[in-house]
Design a protein around this ligand. Structure first.
Ligand SMILES: *Cc1c(COP(=O)(O)O)cnc(C)c1O
Length: 485
């Protein structure tokens, strides 16, 4: 056909919209979207016809101009446009808390509670028995108190926000004493000295990179009177000084200092704090609730840290706690109460979905056995090497069934906690190494990422590894499916 004939053959929008499939689709998605898709498909066809040479026009497959074909293309476009940018994928890296992959997966009850609470109205800020306004902070503070021994609790957006409000509320215009070995960067723009500056508190660094003694903290403490004297040059260290507001310990979440080292313990800081009537703050970061040393995780946990007598402690909700993104502040009532009234509290508050997920997650900790069984992060940490090997065998079997041509091998690997937590811990795990003929590991890795449910794998020394620790049992078949020929 000539170009003119082809152009004349283009269907009218109205004709296409009469197709049964599009009538049904319009009812579901709205006619605006469907009409726009038909218009766009027809415009695309017109543009490509106009682009053709006369010779190419002769060869053009005119069946693409049929009403049914245009309707089908429009339907596909509507469905494509509906694809969400945030979607689930499979983490086969063996790193449990992968910040790029959304950190902690939620437990089933947390997810169900989010759906239950957020579909309709809830008592987020309404005290139902009393029939009057309530506080969202009260939703979880009793449960947190029961689980940790804290007097009070407050939930904000993440631990970075928690650090900000703790410092702003307890340290604005005052000095906060922190060890030089603990001035951490957590990733992105979160650096303790920068947050300190934003909060209006003044960082008073003590000790050295490798060694900070308890006495270093004590020697840095100054009273209001001493600070005022310092302004007139009476302080031997010189410079502008402010009264000490608090002592602060920051957990070395994502690094370790080894060799000739020393750091002050929480107990020592609490003792100094008591002596000078100063609060002690602990940014513990990871939110570990249970003693997991049996699984190689020698990290401080929340109840044990609080038991030292520290005044305020803060941690993330989506690291080792295994809940939603949140920053949780626990400790003495007088400090937490002041934070709840701070102007920043409103800017940092979390919504009902976070509370719903958090409460259901925390509930699991009433019995550590239940927490270990039901909270995915803990469950993955506790999984033994033998469990991992058996799971790797099941994955290899599933892959063999869909694509017998691949060469598979079971290999031992070292899995990690990740998410800036416990950097030195290596969990003995197992992986399936996949080789697709002469194809490179990079090519197979790309294929896995492009699967219907993308699989993010690990590449180690040009070997493609599917680490099974972070693959849920009911997703083994999905991973295999991604390797179908
Ligand atoms: C992870 C971490 C933070 C930041 O927490 P987010 O929840 O990512 O905002 C702050 N301090 C410490 C010690 C941490 O480990």
């Amino acid at each position: 056909m000539t170009k003119k004939e082809l152009l004349r053959g283009l269907p009218k929008i109205d004709e296409v919209l009469k197709q049964e499939s599009l009538v049904v689709l319009s009812e579901e998605k709205g006619d605006l979207m469907v009409t726009e898709a038909v218009r766009s498909v027809i415009a695309g066809l017109r543009a490509s016809i106009l682009d053709l040479s006369d010779k190419k026009a002769e060869e053009f497959d005119a069946s693409a101009l049929e009403i049914e074909a245009v309707a089908e293309a429009a339907e596909a476009k509507v469905l494509r446009d509906e694809e969400l940018n945030l979607y689930p994928l499979i983490n086969a890296t063996g790193t449990i808390l992968h910040t790029n992959l959304g950190r902690a997966p939620l437990c089933r009850d947390a997810v169900e509670n989010v759906a239950r609470v957020s579909r309709g109205y809830s008592d987020l800020e309404y005290n139902v028995p009393k029939g009057k306004r309530g506080s969202r902070h009260d939703l979880v503070s009793e449960l947190i108190a029961e689980l940790t021994g804290a007097e009070d609790a407050m939930v904000v957006n993440n631990n970075a926000a928690a650090t900000m409000i703790v410092l702003a509320s307890m340290g604005a215009g005052k000095e906060i004493v922190v060890s030089r070995g603990e001035l951490v960067e957590i990733g992105g723009a979160f650096r303790i000295p920068d947050i300190m500056m934003q909060s209006g508190a003044y960082l008073q660094e003590v000790g050295t990179s490798n060694k900070t003694k308890a006495s270093d903290y004590e020697n840095a403490i100054i009273t209001k009177e001493q600070a005022e004297d310092a302004m007139y040059g009476m302080d031997p260290r010189g410079g502008m000084r402010f009264e000490t507001g608090a002592l602060m310990k920051v957990h070395k979440s994502n690094y370790d200092i080894v060799g000739f080292t020393e750091e002050a313990s929480l107990e020592e800081l609490v003792e100094i704090g008591k002596k000078h009537d100063l609060p002690v703050i602990f940014d513990m970061g990871n939110g570990l609730m249970l003693d997991m040393s049996a699984y190689g995780l020698n990290e401080p946990n929340i109840p044990a840290s609080l038991a030292t007598g520290i005044d305020v402690m803060l941690f993330s909700g989506d690291k080792l706690l295994g809940g939603p993104q949140a920053g949780i502040i626990v400790g003495k009532k007088k400090y937490i109460k002041a934070m709840k009234k701070h102007p920043l509290a409103r800017a940092m508050r979390v919504d009902k979905m976070t509370f719903a997920a958090l409460e259901a997650t925390l509930m699991k900790y009433r019995d550590p056995k239940v927490a270990l069984r039901d909270i995915p992060v803990l469950n993955m940490i506790a999984a033994s090497g033998e469990d991992m090997r058996a799971k790797a065998e099941r994955l290899a079997d599933a892959i063999k069934r869909v694509n017998p041509a691949l060469s598979l091998e079971l290999v031992p690997v070292e899995d990690q906690i990740g998410g800036g937590s416990a950097p030195m811990v290596r969990l003995p795990g197992w992986a399936v190494s996949v080789k697709d003929g002469m194809k490179s590991a990079d090519r197979t890795e790309r294929k896995l990422r492009k699967a219907e449910v993308p699989v993010v794998a690990r590449i180690n020394e040009d070997r493609l590894l599917l680490c099974v620790r972070t693959i849920a049992e009911d997703k083994l078949e999905t991973v295999a499916e991604a390797l179908r020929k």
